[in-house]
Ligand binder design. Sequence first.
Ligand code: C5P
Length: 237
Amino acid sequence: MNKDVIIACDFSSARETFDFLAGFEQDARKPFLKIGMELYYAEGPEMVRQLKRMGHRIFLDLKLHDIPNTVRRTMRVLSGLDIDMCNVHAAGTIEMMLAALEGLTRPDGTRPLLIAVTQLTSTSEERMQQELLVDASIEEAIAHYARNAHEAGLDGVVCSPLEAQLVKAACGPEFLAVTPGIRFADAAADDQVRITTPARAREIGSDYIVVGRPITAAADSHAAWLRCLTDFCPETL
Ligand code: C5P
């Protein structure tokens, strides 16, 4: 499995997204893109189809969390979009994750990668314990949710890069750690708290880094993407 950098396209319109991608046209390598709820709900599945036609791989970050039957049926629709990666909340239970996998698997047996959200990085241990009544440390909760995802047959989890080792220890080295919270050493943290650099994420064991503003808000986004690739997965260049 090749490591890669996934650019978080946190834009609110197709126009903004295509303007951003115009800066990458000169490169034969098409960046792996993350489409989140904002862009998907604004532009719909046609956005995904267009980006796939342009040659991009797509992580569709819709974080499904519903009853198993609804998730199964929705995943069947998403799988038809030819996406490369998508996700669910592990809190939906093992039964829901099994249903997601079933829905995602195409008639020929292929399917996009499926990863789980454990605890959102915006959820503090205090709020998790007091509001969600989870009587565990945040690390225990993350490792437990990751083990549930692994048991259901998912491919990995989204987590902070600083949690990648914890996840690998709980679920094995092949279980994917897809990690946002990436910043260059010389840059602002913005609203991210548990952050690290692309090079450190590589050392810790991330499989994919998800990078938004350090690339999308850079004066030269293409150069910032290349810097991430050079630091995180130079062997793919
Ligand atoms: O701009 P920035 O690099 O902070 O963007 C990170 C991306 O990863 C955003 O799309 C954000 O929603 C997403 N994400 C995150 N933390 C999580 C899950 C997803 O930052 N736990």
